[in-house]
Design a protein around this ligand. Structure first.
Ligand code: ADP
Ligand code: MG
Length: 273
């Protein structure tokens, strides 16, 4: 397994030295208000293709809202998000952003994988059906093809044997690995993780982090909200620290975790480390 530095070195060798890595996700001036409550306060964030971004911050700082805005599960009050240069959920019309149709939004959302804290598997579907459902529903693959890919993805997360089980028959760690396979099935441009291990018993955290590390080493673009600082240090190319709906500080793991400049970051890290 390559660590973040080895991976970026490999990327540099492969790419033209002067060419910047293509941008996967770009968050442009996003503000989000719920009534009079300001939750995101001017977020600008660029995630390069193949990069792993870890988002840290205290509870209530807006981390989940940011992921939900990227996925267009929430509409920003101001600003917008683009994926591979294409605005998500909106299009430009006479210099203004207009909402796309629900159907167009669903198509775009298919290009963004989302892994939730509580797995959110379909309880009435088998593991295989959970993984194969979306690519069939969206017309990406025919059923037999989708099931073949789903078996390969389940092997990749170490659950090839569980294809015919139902979610309730699995441990939390196994369910989360199925959720990751399901996110991969759509061949997304980026996968967003919202505290993927915080609902797990401590002994099950490692198996899920190992699968995420494997994706990172394979060059999948990931944005991960987590409180696992050791994991952030190991896999992140970039660490973003949020507080009060703003990005207070961002940089390499060494910069943000070992030499935080902002007092808020220092205080947060002193509490969680
Ligand atoms: P985090 O994930 O960092 O804990 P959230 O993004 O979940 O933070 O929430 C940030 C703030 O926004 C919190 O104060 C929360 O109560 C508020 N919030 C989140 N979702 C909603 C909503 N749908 N309606 C009203 N307030 C919300
Ligand atoms: Mg949250």
């Amino acid at each position: 397994v390559l660590n973040a530095e080895a991976r970026s070195a490999t990327t540099h060798l492969a790419a033209d030295a002067d060419e910047p890595a293509p941008v996967a996700v770009e968050v442009h001036g996003v503000h989000k208000w719920y009534g009079a409550h300001r939750v995101l306060d001017g977020i600008d964030l660029t995630v390069a293709a193949g990069e792993v971004t870890v988002v840290l911050g205290p509870s209530g700082s807006g981390k989940s809202t940011l992921l939900r805005v990227i996925n267009h599960l929430e509409q920003p009050t101001l600003g917008h998000v683009s994926l591979g240069g294409e605005p998500i959920g909106v299009r430009w019309h006479r210099g203004r952003l207009r909402e796309l149709s629900e159907r167009q939004i669903l198509t775009q959302r298919g290009r963004i994988g989302f892994v939730f804290q509580n797995f959110n598997l379909f309880p009435h579907l088998t593991v295989l059906e959970n993984v194969a459902a979306a690519p069939v529903a969206t017309g990406l693959q025919r059923r037999t093809e989708a099931e073949q890919s789903a078996r390969e993805l389940l092997d990749r997360v170490g659950l090839g044997e569980k294809a015919d089980a139902y979610p309730r028959q699995l441990s939390g760690g196994q369910q989360q690995r199925v959720a990751i396979a399901r996110a991969l099935a759509q061949r997304p441009g980026v996968i967003l993780f919202d505290e993927p291990t915080s609902a797990l018993d401590p002994e099950l955290v490692g198996e899920v982090l190992a699968v995420i590390k494997d994706l990172a080493a394979g060059g999948t673009t990931l944005v991960i909200v987590t409180h696992e600082i050791g994991f952030a240090r190991e896999v992140a190319d970039r660490v973003v620290f949020m507080d009060g709906g703003r990005i207070v500080e961002q940089g390499t793991p060494a910069e943000v975790l070992d030499r935080p400049r902002h007092p808020r970051t220092q205080e947060f890290l002193s509490r969680v480390l």
